[in-house]
Design a protein around this ligand. Structure first.
Ligand SMILES: *Cc1c(COP(=O)(O)O)cnc(C)c1O
Length: 358
């Protein structure tokens, strides 16, 4: 079995070893040290300032997205949300539930977010921008520099859900003036699902201290206070913190840019190879994390079934109506170029079989 999915991903051998261990008791110096070291390595991988705060939440990425909106914004503000797919819509839903006024920049499923489109929302009194930098439903990777510049020029706080771009595409938190970066364990980090990390800039940390949050479990003030001793307010998913430590040591040793290059190579290799098949990929800028594969007919589900049942290869279905004509192939995880040879061969086999039938 091979996972070509965006999360969980095909895990590395050493992660599986960590996963198999007895989970230790956690209110210890030893566990505090793991958390502090992890925070340091995460900041390095994010290109974040030393003063950036990292907090750990026991929640999937959506939990972290919601917690960020609850802690960082109030009902007196007006935020701008980029909505290019289902993850953008999730930010909108969260703003509605928590009564945070918002406006959305809505994109069609094949539409690129251009400078002109963004510029039409300039000087409209927004206090912040919320964006899923890689909109994982469509595969579009927005231009971080363009968005960062827009926020700076319009005096807006800048919140980035980087869940499916972190460790797959270059990312520079400080350079682009990002105030909040959200990441999660099961995507580019290739770990078990269950924890999310939030990186907070100095000015966002200050703002959070002044905001009142109606939540016991998700009050960031408590997390920030506890991180002074390398701990979390409540029992974390201890085992995943150890998986994280193992993975970060590996990536930092390899070099983040080297690691990203490896993912980029896989993406380019696959995109080149599928050109011999009757499929297309979108024109807009793509993340290295995955490739959306578009079919001319409504065959995506049937082919995905064939790949799973006959070949043991799991591709990622696409949500919604577009899912009939498209699935997604991940380049994250413990995958090699030969895995893509096998996948493309199997896809070719399916097309050949189908041609013989008609
Ligand atoms: C995966 C993902 C999330 C989190 O989804 P969960 O199912 O809550 O883990 C959030 N944003 C983006 C862009 C994602 O790709």
């Amino acid at each position: 079995m091979r996972l070509f999915t965006v999360g969980p991903t095909e895990m590395y051998e050493s992660t599986l070893v960590e996963k198999g261990k007895q989970v230790p008791y956690f209110r210890t110096e030893e566990f505090s040290k793991i958390n502090i070291e992890n925070a340091g390595m995460l900041k390095q991988c994010l290109g974040a300032e030393e003063s950036t705060e990292i907090i750990y939440l026991t929640a999937s990425g959506s939990g972290a997205m919601e917690a960020v909106v609850m802690n960082c914004f109030q009902q007196t503000e007006k935020v701008l949300v980029i909505v290019g797919g289902t993850f953008g819509k999730r930010f909108v839903q969260i703003c509605e539930i928590h009564g945070v006024p918002y406006e959305a920049i809505c994109l069609e499923s094949d539409e690129e977010l251009t400078f002109e489109k963004l510029q039409s929302f300039a000087e409209r009194g927004f206090t912040a921008m919320l964006v899923n930098l890689h909109e994982t439903q469509t595969g579009q990777l927005y231009d971080l520099e363009m968005l960062g510049t827009f926020c700076r020029e319009n005096n807006m706080l800048f919140v980035v859900d980087a869940i499916s771009t972190f460790l797959c595409d270059s990312y520079a938190m400080e350079k682009n003036g990002v105030d909040v970066t959200i990441i999660s364990s099961q995507k580019g980090l290739c770990l078990s699902p269950g924890i999310s990390m939030v990186a907070l800039s100095e000015r966002m940390k200050k703002k959070i201290q002044e905001n009142k949050v109606c939540s016991l479990y998700f009050d960031f003030k408590d997390y920030i206070e506890n991180m002074k001793r390398g701990q979390t307010p409540f029992t974390p998913a201890v085992g995943i913190h150890y998986e994280l430590h193992d993975m970060l040591l590996r990536i930092v040793e390899q070099g983040v840019e080297e690691h990203i290059k490896e993912i980029e190579n896989r993406a380019n290799y696959f995109r080149e190879k599928i050109q011999m098949l009757p499929v297309t990929i979108p024109d807009f800028p793509l993340s290295n994390a995955m490739t959306p594969v578009w079919f001319q007919e409504e065959i995506a589900e049937e082919m995905a079934d064939f790949l799973r049942n006959e070949k043991g290869m799991i591709v990622n279905p696409t949500g919604g109506e577009v899912g009939k004509r498209s699935f997604r192939v991940s380049h994250m995880g413990n995958l090699k170029l030969c895995d893509y040879d096998r996948l493309v061969a199997a896809m070719g086999e399916w097309f050949a079989m189908r041609n013989n039938q008609t």
